[in-house]
Ligand binder design. Structure first.
Ligand code: TYM
Length: 344
């Protein structure tokens, strides 16, 4: 290659990979999903080579209703775009459109130990609620396959994914050690603020799409009235001051939400509401939440209604994802001793 051509080569940007599950609750994605992950994904798009997917195979682990799964997969794709993921900058695809995910999961299943899967807190929690399938047990191994197939450098997620990411790193390191370098060992990216948005009804629990109490969760599709109502009814701690502290988890969560939506630090928020009560603070918080969510939910309806455009984006994303994932899968197959067809 000439020096001139070398100069013109675009510098390779680090690879970002992340995704969300489409099911568990009819309301779609929550402000927890947005603040803990999606918002950061949008910010990373300009500087990194970003790949964002919809984990529809993972959703099967709790056997969702087929029509609901189909609908919610498209809902999530539309919500990614409405939140600011630009399909011209980032790859967007559905996991089931790229067969290499299930194939690579099998390879890694043969590397993961029963013990390390049994240790996963999410498995323990979910298997208490549903009768556990084998899929639920190996869920984090499929997650590792997702990440490793793209030679991912950085995985932006909320705090609840930390343990799964640790497993992905361990599996990559173990595989590389056993066979020689095959997978990039990914780093986890957890935001400093908003990594764990808590339930509005029980601040000791993470806000979740599948919470049975609809007042606990703000969805990105909620109307302004719904958001205001949920914040008005959010539980608070004893005492009346707007001050964050370890023994005041409800108010601490609300102050964090206010900070994320407005850009104010915790100290600035506390100063702003020093001599004011919960009602005034909640009203300001509701305004800030509506201002954050409303533009997203408006864009969402438009994008979700254009099924042909959504389909085209997922198709283009699947082509690019297949190209990249197949390359890694073939490399792993070869290292593990699978016969390459052309050599038979
Ligand atoms: P999921 O669908 O539960 O959540 C998607 C993302 O949203 C974050 N999140 C939160 N962040 C802050 N506060 C909350 N209350 C909150 N609730 C959810 C999650 O941390 C996550 O980043 N196993 C994954 C999906 C997955 C995946 C992957 C992610 C499958 N393969 C590969 C990254 C890379 C999950 O169930 O996320």
């Amino acid at each position: 290659m000439s020096t001139q051509a070398q100069k013109e080569q675009p510098t390779k940007r680090p690879i970002i990979f992340s995704g969300m599950q489409p099911t568990s609750g009819a309301g779609g994605l929550t402000i927890g999903n947005y603040i803990g992950a999606l918002k950061n994904w949008v910010e990373l798009q300009n500087d990194y080579d970003c790949i964002y997917f919809i984990a529809d195979l993972h959703a099967l682990t709790i056997r969702p209703e087929p029509a609901a799964l189909r609908k919610q997969t498209l809902d999530v794709a539309a919500m990614y775009i409405a939140s600011g993921i630009d399909p011209d900058k980032s790859v967007i695809f559905a996991q089931s459109h790229v067969p290499a995910h299930a194939q690579c999961a099998w390879l890694l299943n043969c590397f993961a130990s029963m013990g390390e899967c049994q240790k996963m807190t999410q498995f323990k929690e979910k298997s208490e609620k549903h009768s556990a399938s084998v899929g639920l047990f190996t869920y984090p191994v499929l997650q590792a396959a997702d990440i490793l197939l793209y030679q991912t450098n950085l995985v932006p997620v909320g705090a609840d994914q930390k343990q799964h990411l640790e497993l992905s790193r361990n599996l990559a390191e173990r595989f590389n050690h056993y066979y020689s370098d095959t997978f990039t060992v990914p780093e986890v990216f957890i935001p400093k603020v908003g990594a764990r948005v808590m339930s509005l009804q029980d601040p000791t629990k993470k806000m979740s799409k599948s919470d049975e109490n609809p007042k606990a969760t703000i969805f990105l599709t909620d109307s302004a009235d719904e958001i205001r109502n949920k914040i008005k009814r959010a539980v608070t701690d004893s005492g009346t001051d707007i001050r964050a502290a370890e023994d005041r988890p409800a108010v601490t969560n609300l102050i964090e939400l206010y900070g994320i939506a407005t850009g104010y630090t915790q100290a600035e928020t506390e100063a702003q509401f020093e001599s004011k009560g919960y009602a005034e603070f909640k009203s300001a918080l509701a305004d800030a939440m509506v201002a954050m969510v409303e533009p997203i939910s408006k864009r969402y309806q438009e994008i979700r209604n254009d099924k042909a455009a959504l389909n085209a984006i997922l198709k283009k994303g699947a082509e690019e994802a297949n190209r990249r994932a197949t390359r890694t899968l073939r490399k792993a197959y070869k290292k593990m001793g699978m016969v390459e067809l052309e050599n038979v």
